[in-house]
Write a protein that binds this ligand. Structure first.
Ligand code: PHE
Length: 346
């Protein structure tokens, strides 16, 4: 019996397990009620009295050792790679939080979708531009005060005496893209230009030095102001809801004549008056007008044959009205508490 105990002691010591089922087999084999050690304890009753002391001691030692071995094997198993253990197909996956689209991207896409449905293409151009595309070809006279209307970030500025006065600047509007389109394509032209623009303004809840615009351009024979108005009405109803009304107020831009500013009936109160529309019932959303003949000519389009309309709007502003965001800075801070709120919007 002593020999048997001795060989079991060695056996228990050298056992290795690779999975929890192997560990369980170990327990059943040595430690369970029907296991080897229990049966040795049964045999122990038959051991002669002079040997009982020795054998009993060894037997207890074996039992203790098997239990210790079981505990340490179990611990080892728990700390090793979990993929080694049985595959539990119902175990939940590691929780990766899914991201959300930025509200500016959402509204940009929505506006593009609306104009695509009525045949507008999308055109893009450089953010670093020259004076020619941003101002001169758009009928801004050299010393025209309208150049100051858009506080420009200049990257490179020539002195007035310089023979090559091509100032390099960050575009202040995406009308510059439309200048490029007019140069490169023949009418009919129907395009919108979304993009980032830059103006040297102090950052506040209502103004930022970087923002996004979408500008539209339609040039063909016989394009009229009525076409402009109908296009904008369609757009406003698609973006802000079927009940939306629009109104056009006379305005001024060097590149359009006549020019107008468009308001939509307040998206919050529907026109009754609230603090968002400052109790006027109207919200200003975009600038527009008939393309100035000087602009057409400067871009190589015959102004006797063709007319066109143009419009431009800020995407932040549209998103503010749609999602009731009251501080422009939220769009740029990447605060997840803000961005997470757009998770359910696709
Ligand atoms: N470019 C003008 C702006 O930046 C918007 C505009 C576009 C106005 C086209 C009229 C026509 O504010």
């Amino acid at each position: 019996m002593l020999d048997k105990i001795k060989s079991l002691l060695e056996e228990v010591d050298s056992v290795k397990v690779a999975s929890s089922s192997e560990l369980e087999s170990f327990r059943l084999k040595y430690l369970s009620k029907k296991g080897l050690i229990t049966s040795l304890f049964e045999d122990f009753r038959e051991v002669s009295s002079e040997l009982k002391r020795d054998v009993g001691q060894k037997l207890n030692e074996l039992k203790q050792k098997a239990q210790d071995r079981y505990n340490s094997l179990k611990k080892e198993l728990e700390s090793t790679d979990e993929s080694d253990t049985e595959n539990d197909l119902t175990r939940p996956a590691f929780p990766y939080p899914s991201g959300s689209r930025h509200p500016i991207s959402l509204v940009r896409k929505e506006i593009i979708d609306i104009f695509s449905r009525i045949g507008f293409t999308v055109s893009e151009g450089p953010e670093i531009e020259d004076d020619d595309h941003v101002f001169t070809k758009l009928n801004f006279a050299p010393e025209h005060p309208a150049r100051d209307m858009q506080d420009t970030f200049y990257i490179f500025r020539n002195s007035p005496e310089d023979s090559n006065p091509a100032d390099i600047l960050l575009r202040t509007h995406t009308s510059s893209v439309q200048v490029r389109v007019m140069h490169n394509q023949k009418p009919p032209i129907r395009t919108i230009s979304p993009g980032r623009v830059f103006r040297n303004e102090a950052i506040s809840a209502r103004a930022h030095c970087i923002f996004h615009q979408i500008e539209g351009l339609y040039i063909d024979a016989n394009v009229s102001f009525a076409d402009l108005k109908q296009t904008l009405l369609f757009f406003a109803r698609e973006l802000y809801g079927k009940e939306t009304r629009i109104r056009l107020r006379p305005s001024y831009f060097p590149f359009t004549e006549p020019s107008a500013e468009m308001d939509v009936s307040c998206t919050i109160c529907g026109g009754l008056g609230c603090n968002v529309c400052k109790y006027t019932g109207w919200l200003e959303v975009l600038g527009c007008g008939m393309v100035h003949p000087n602009v057409l000519e400067a871009c190589g389009i015959d102004s006797k044959k063709y007319t066109g309309f143009a419009f431009g709007m800020g995407i932040e502003r549209a998103a503010m009205l749609k999602y009731q965001v009251n501080d422009l800075r939220l769009y740029f801070e990447n605060d997840l508490r803000f961005l997470d709120q757009f998770k359910t919007v696709l």
